[in-house]
Write a protein that binds this ligand. Structure first.
Ligand code: MLT
Length: 405
């Protein structure tokens, strides 16, 4: 008789965004007359930029011609895309990352979930709290997190680094040394950012204790302030301790098209000298047949002159929404942060409501969907996340509705 991987049975409830979708669908079916505005999941609303669409079309045409047709993509990504990424995201910032240190994938969500596979089950993970739930859930599935405490919402074998208003939503070095440190900046969900000097301290710390930093830079394109690192490899010594995850979803609207990449420098080795680069390459070879050619071709178009200009306009559009939300909420007395280097506004729930109470209150009284802070971890309790990824019109309407509450 077969048995299941019982680590899955340890997961409490369903995935955060599935729970929200279910609640919202129920509400909509019970209130078909209500116009519900979603500022919940960080999904883009602007269509793909013209330069990207044009390249998608021409790449489809190539697939229709026997001379240019492509079968399986190289599992690590097409050379043309890896080179373009190396030049634009790294060399242009004075950072040394070679094209063959870039692994193209179908998105940062799967990479952030899968990367833990190449590490020992004995390794201890450290995560920010609140945190993008995929990091913890994927480690639960692997069996690395111990037991779950329903009362505290914490896993016994996970090191939590609380990020709250008191510390500027920036993690502090944990008391116990971790092996794998998950960091995400600009941060999802808080929208906070850390300076280059702060990130350098994390790199120095990881090198000192022999840990790996898994650095999720999916929101890098939203950085607006100077002295803020766009990639962890701007920090000295990061090549020997950091993996970086990147996405095309938020910078270029590929949430439905799927494309991302992971950087693993060849200098990154375990304490017994094993290069993580070759392990991840081996994993890709076995478990992945490459992102589709047409999507990778479209990904390269993001870096064309037109592509850069058009995606920058989209980012400015979303950041204008962020400003509208943040200013309006501050004006009516909410405590708000984020929204400067990230498309997320993080607010304190009013009147000591719990995160889920505020979720229900907002859905029922303003027909607005947001994300409860506690869904990202216990330190998110009493907070709430709104995204700037809605349309301009919906953002204005949402703000007006909140003002009237
Ligand atoms: C979020 O809303 O946190 C993100 O959109 C989820 C994701 O990128 O998978």
């Amino acid at each position: 008789m077969f048995k299941v991987n019982d680590n899955y049975l340890k997961l409490p409830g369903s995935y955060l965004f599935s729970t929200i979708a279910k609640k919202v669908n129920t509400y909509k079916s019970e209130h078909p007359d209500k116009q519900v505005i979603s500022l919940g999941i960080g999904d883009v609303t602007q269509p793909l930029a013209p330069a990207i669409i044009e390249r998608l079309h021409s790449a489809v045409d190539e697939m229709a011609d026997a001379k240019t047709f492509k079968g399986y993509a190289p599992d690590l990504g097409y050379e043309f895309l890896r080179t373009t990424i190396a030049e634009n995201d790294y060399a242009a910032r004075g950072v040394n990352i070679a094209a063959d240190e870039i692994f193209v994938s179908d998105g940062a969500k799967s990479d952030s979930a899968n990367i833990q596979e190449i590490f020992s089950l004995d390794n201890k993970i450290a995560v920010c709290d609140p945190v993008y739930p995929v990091y913890v859930d994927s480690n639960v599935m692997a069996g690395r997190t111990g037991t779950y405490d329903d009362t505290t919402g914490l896993w016994s074998d996970v090191i939590y680094m609380p990020c709250r208003a008191e510390n500027g939503f920036a993690p502090e070095f944990p008391k116990e040394n971790p092996d794998l440190i998950y960091l995400c900046f600009p941060n999802n969900p808080t929208g906070a950012m850390i300076s280059k000097a702060q990130l350098q301290e994390w790199v120095d710390y990881a090198n000192k204790i022999g840990a790996v930093i898994i650095y999720d830079a999916a929101y890098e394109a939203y950085i607006s302030e100077a002295d803020v690192p766009h990639t962890i490899y701007e920090c000295e010594g990061a090549r020997s301790c950091a993996i970086e995850l990147r996405s095309f979803s938020k910078n270029a609207g590929f949430t439905g098209t799927r494309l991302g990449f992971t950087v693993i420098p060849k200098d990154l080795k375990s304490s017994d000298g094993v290069a993580l680069h070759s392990l991840w390459a081996r994993r890709h070879g076995t478990k992945f047949n490459g992102a589709p050619y047409i999507v990778q071709a479209a990904g390269a178009a993001v870096y064309s002159e037109e592509g850069k200009k058009q995606t920058a306009q989209q980012i400015a559009y979303y950041m204008n929404n962020a400003k509208i939300i943040k200013e309006a909420l501050a004006e009516i007395g909410y405590t708000v942060s984020g929204g400067v280097n990230a498309p997320y506004i993080w607010l304190k729930t009013p009147n000591d409501m719990t995160s889920w109470e505020f979720f229900d209150y907002l859905l029922e009284n303003a027909n607005i969907v947001g994300t409860p802070g506690s869904g990202f971890g216990p330190s998110g309790e009493g907070y709430f996340r709104l995204t700037a990824f809605g349309s301009y019109e919906n953002t204005l309407t949402a703000v007006e509705r909140i003002k009237k509450l």
